[in-house]
Ligand binder design. Structure first.
Ligand SMILES: Nc1ncnc2c1ncn2[C@@H]1O[C@H](COP(=O)(O)OP(=O)(O)OP(=O)(O)O)[C@@H](O)[C@H]1O
Length: 690
């Protein structure tokens, strides 16, 4: 077996399973090895039933309980299924074990013998119960105790067990992966060997080794990312400005016609942009601004200015919903200002006919404002006089994507917009040579969002509050972590929740549903109806997280708020508080864990993205890196720019050293590195396009 062998060479993977793996972007043995766990299960030390305390019982985590079987399990036939019951322990320390549809479990549970029961304990009808516990003999349990069992991201049809089996086989091959990192860097930065790191990240022997493995792989991700950005740097050094814009008074004139005043920060950022576009060099600028700080209008003004100068400009949004929204906003703005510039939309979900028409217009109109998704770079449109490309990255760092976009024109101006609150020192590394403008002010008239973190008992009040706001003419978002009910993952789902809300809310309130599994056209239709207030309450997954702008919405109700990352919650909350009315964010915490409460408290206290990111970091312990990731971007599988800031710095220094010596990576020792970097970039691009 080789790194590039097809996964069908692994025992047990036939054509059918291969197809399922391909859905996850796994084609080769090497790919599967780089499909890292998203978490680990660590089996706890088993506690004898008589030593169980109330504190034990109330934990969120799964427990392992040792007990002697002193009663005979009973199986009852219920209406739908057979239920097997067994009580373990003595009065004061009793737990009822329940198995559904497993009458045969009785044969295992021999009277007088000891067993370990593994599962969640909770209270049902006033009793402590453990439902569907996994049963082990004490000897069998000893083998798995203290092991880290990897938990993988899966696709329907592939179980975690299959993943583990496959991974073990692939890892059994000796030294399958070539270490691409030069030895001296490994020594200097105290990084372990590549094959070892990959083995340990899947099946860590100890926590220390897991930390060691992770550090190496995080370093790799940063290293390849920065290397990709800096490679062949001459190409990216200051380019002469081929599209010198004239008549800045045109922009000033539009600003005067806006229904609001630009904030000081918006003005400063815009000034940077206009100065660049008139200056001697092509612009390469990042505009970084918190949610709702008003970046879109800046993009529009720059694009309109291009059009006025007779040039094309294009903005690429990360989702179809957002592209559609920008398209409509830009059309409206043109109309309001009496500008007759063509606004053209191009997205992947458009029909072939619509696309053809868009292509024709792209070629024809040299003063068009173009709005789209990845389709702007994926498909083959030919632009005419493209002078400005804007990537609305939100919180994804798509270096390669950005570059491909720029290559659609002849050294156009480049503007990147991001809502990720990263400190300047990190931004300089992540965004390479770009200049940075920070929009660190929100429009003055805006009232700060009022937050609250509540438990599930508060739901009826929350619904009444939503109904009240709707009565006042406002709208609400309700976010659930899941699309539909799932056996594996607990939590609220959009489908069932919307039905509940339809029953709970007064009739006359329209409840809409939105999630990622819907077709793009359907998503757009629903968003449109919400924007027009034909839908008052939108029950959605996090697809609305990025950039959606419906200023009339004043309530953001987040179910299972404990399940989301703080950065993600901050983004979600940013969907409200975008108009003049008072807005509210209600976070429902379904977890009793102390850490969940503490994390949500941070959001409760502050509406400032920077503060939230730094506080979240403080709460994390050394081994706490697989929980909910802060930056949540798509480029890095493991790395987190906040938590791993020190490694990011180290990787950046090493890239600098290598490229100073061998800018083209042509030295023999750097061949594999160069190949690996290209591969990383390809993967990065394909992830963006998913
Ligand atoms: N100076 C301003 N005064 C009042 N309202 C403004 C101002 N600038 C922008 N807005 C309005 O604020 C809302 C949010 O702006 P915008 O959509 O540009 O935010 P954003 O920075 O892109 O945020 P996000 O990262 O959440 O997408 C819009 O409805 C916009 O019209």
């Amino acid at each position: 077996m080789r790194q590039d062998s097809s996964i069908t060479e692994i025992k047990g993977i036939g054509e059918k399973t291969k197809k399922l793996f391909e859905k996850m972007g796994v084609y080769t043995v090497g790919d599967i090895l780089l499909h890292f766990p998203r978490n680990y299960i660590q089996y706890p030390h088993p506690v004898p039933i008589d030593e169980m305390t109330a504190e034990h019982m109330q934990t969120e985590d799964k427990l392992a309980i040792v007990a002697r079987i002193e009663r005979t399990p009973v199986t009852r036939s219920g209406r739908h299924m057979q239920v097997t019951l067994l009580v373990i322990g003595s009065p004061g320390h009793q737990i009822q074990l329940i198995w559904y549809r497993m009458p045969y479990i009785r044969n295992t549970l021999t009277h007088g013998k000891y067993f370990v029961f593994y599962g969640n304990v909770h209270i049902k009808d006033g009793k402590f119960v453990m439902e569907q516990p996994v049963v082990y003999t004490p000897e069998a349990y000893q083998e798995i105790e203290n092991c880290f069992l990897p938990v993988y991201t899966l696709t329907s049809g592939i179980t975690n067990n299959l993943m583990i089996k496959t991974m073990r086989q692939a890892l059994d091959e000796e030294e399958l992966l070539t270490d691409f990192l030069p030895g001296e860097i490994r020594t200097r930065r105290e990084l372990c060997e590549y094959n070892y790191a990959v083995k340990q990240i899947h099946f860590p022997d100890t926590m220390e080794r897991l930390i060691e493995a992770r550090k190496r792989l995080v370093f790799d991700e940063f290293f390849l990312f920065i290397m990709g950005m800096q490679y062949q740097k001459e190409k990216r050094t200051r380019q002469e400005n081929r599209f010198v814009m004239e008549h800045p008074e045109f922009v000033e004139d539009l600003i005067q016609k806006l229904p609001y005043e630009l904030t000081g920060a918006q003005r400063r950022a815009l000034h940077d942009v206009t100065e660049n576009m008139q200056g001697p060099y092509a612009m390469q600028r990042l505009i970084q601004g918190d949610v709702g700080s008003g970046k879109t209008i800046l993009a529009f003004l720059a694009m309109a200015w291009c059009a006025q100068n007779g040039y094309q400009s294009a903005i690429m949004a990360p989702t179809e919903v957002l592209a559609q929204q920008h398209y409509e906003t830009f059309q409206k703005l043109c109309e309001q200002f009496g500008l007759h510039f063509p606004v053209i939309l191009l997205t992947g979900s458009m029909t072939a006919k619509q696309k053809r028409s868009a292509y024709e217009r792209l070629e024809l109109y040299e003063n068009a404002l173009i709005v789209g998704t990845h389709a702007l770079i994926q498909e083959k449109p030919t632009y005419a006089n493209l002078a400005l490309v804007i990537t609305d990255e939100q919180h994804r760092f798509g270096v390669r994507q950005r570059e491909e976009f720029a290559q659609k024109g002849d050294m156009p101006h480049i503007l990147v917009m991001s809502a990720t609150p990263i400190p300047r020192t990190l931004a300089i590394i992540i965004y390479g040579d770009m200049d940075i403008s920070v929009v660190d002010e929100v429009p003055a008239r805006r009232l700060p969002i009022k937050n609250c973190v509540v438990n599930t008992a508060y739901r009826p009040k929350a619904y009444a509050f939503v109904a009240d706001e709707v009565k006042k003419g406002h709208q609400a978002y309700v976010i659930c972590p899941l699309v539909e009910a799932s056996e594996e993952t607990q939590g609220e789902n959009v489908i069932d929740y919307s039905k509940t809300l339809m029953e709970e809310l007064p009739s006359g309130i329209q409840v809409g549903v939105l999630h990622g599994k819907m077709k793009s056209s359907k998503k757009n239709e629903i968003m449109q109806e919400f924007a027009e207030n034909k839908i008052q309450v939108l029950v959605s997954t996090t697809v609305v997280e990025v950039g959606v702008n419906v200023p009339n919405a004043t309530v953001m109700l987040i179910e299972n708020a404990d399940r989301f990352g703080l950065a993600q919650l901050h983004q979600l909350r940013g969907r409200v508080g975008r108009g003049d009315a008072q807005s509210y964010c209600i976070m429902i915490n379904a977890s009793s864990a102390k850490t969940a409460k503490k994390r949500l408290e941070i959001l409760n206290k502050s509406n400032d993205g920077f503060f939230i990111a730094s506080e979240d970091l403080k709460l994390r312990g050394p081994g706490d890196f697989f929980g909910i990731r802060q930056s949540g971007d798509l480029v890095f599988a493991l790395a987190d720019i906040y938590q791993d800031a020190a490694v990011l710095q180290e990787a950046s220094e090493e890239v600098k050293t290598i490229l100073e010596e061998d800018p083209e990576l042509t030295e023999p020792g750097h061949h594999i590195l160069q190949k690996k970097m290209m591969q990383f970039q390809e993967e990065q691009l394909s992830k963006m396009n998913l």
